[in-house]
Design a binder for this molecule. Structure first.
Ligand code: CU
Length: 238
């Protein structure tokens, strides 16, 4: 998780301004910097293929888990290091329209080399996700998404650990790279782009160690196109 320390004073300043103008009652914001750029991810075991070229936030696909407490402000600077425009949509969040991340509707797409500062209050606790909302049929499938966790206002003490699982189905070819052919009408009209490589947190066959008697709160975000596709995702709890 990357924090934008350099922008801290500026953002704190702007948050104070927002507070005094009554736009938001919450003051200090949780801050993140998400940089969209090409990267590499070892999706399948090394014995199958080398790393997969992906489009990543902060070098990982899925991107870093973004967390904020319900009722508090989240400030995320998104920098576009890709060679095509992008944006970030905060899926399922009740949000000011201007922060919803839909190019052509709520903002202009973030041009290559440009950045956009998202700043909003997340009102409802829950497990959400964020994702590219420009050419999303391709940008999402190449890795531009991640989990967005809105914690309860008071820390929930019912579990020893909070585990975030991002489930995805990648469509890879033999050398481990992502198959082309994005945005096919035939797929849109049916089950979506169904992959052939199911992953948990970006890895085929993830193993998650759990201690005896440990209570684990499991959150899961699904990038799987449609459950109707019949794709099975598995992971091992040891
Ligand atoms: Cu969405």
């Amino acid at each position: 998780m990357t924090c934008s320390i350099s922008r801290r004073s500026f953002l704190l300043g702007s948050s104070a301004m927002l507070a005094t103008t009554g736009i938001s009652r919450a003051s200090a914001a949780t801050q993140h910097l998400l940089v969209a750029a090409v990267g590499q991810a070892q999706i399948v075991p090394e014995t199958f293929a080398g790393p997969t070229p992906v489009w990543a936030f902060n070098g990982t696909a899925p991107g870093p888990v973004v967390r904020v407490r319900a009722g508090e402000r989240l400030a995320v600077d998104v920098e576009n290091g890709l060679d095509q425009p992008t944006s970030v949509h905060w899926h399922g969040i009740r949000i000011d329209n201007a922060m919803d991340g839909v190019p052509g509707l709520t903002q202009a797409a973030i041009a290559p080399g440009e950045q956009f500062s998202y700043d909003f209050v997340a009102p409802d606790p829950g497990t959400y996700w964020y994702h590219s909302h420009n050419r999303s049929w391709e940008q999402n499938a190449r890795g531009l998404h991640g989990a967005l966790i809105v914690d309860e206002p008071e820390p929930w003490r019912g579990a020893d650990r909070d585990l975030v699982l991002v489930l995805d189905d990648w469509r890879l070819v033999q050398d481990g790279s992502i198959a082309d052919g994005f945005g096919q009408m035939m797929e849109w009209a049916h089950g979506g782009r169904i992959g052939n490589t199911p992953t948990v947190n970006g890895r085929l066959g993830s193993k998650i160690a759990v201690r005896p008697n440990e209570w684990v709160r499991v959150r899961h975000c699904h990038m799987l196109e449609h459950a109707a596709g019949g794709m099975m995702t598995w992971f091992e709890v040891t």
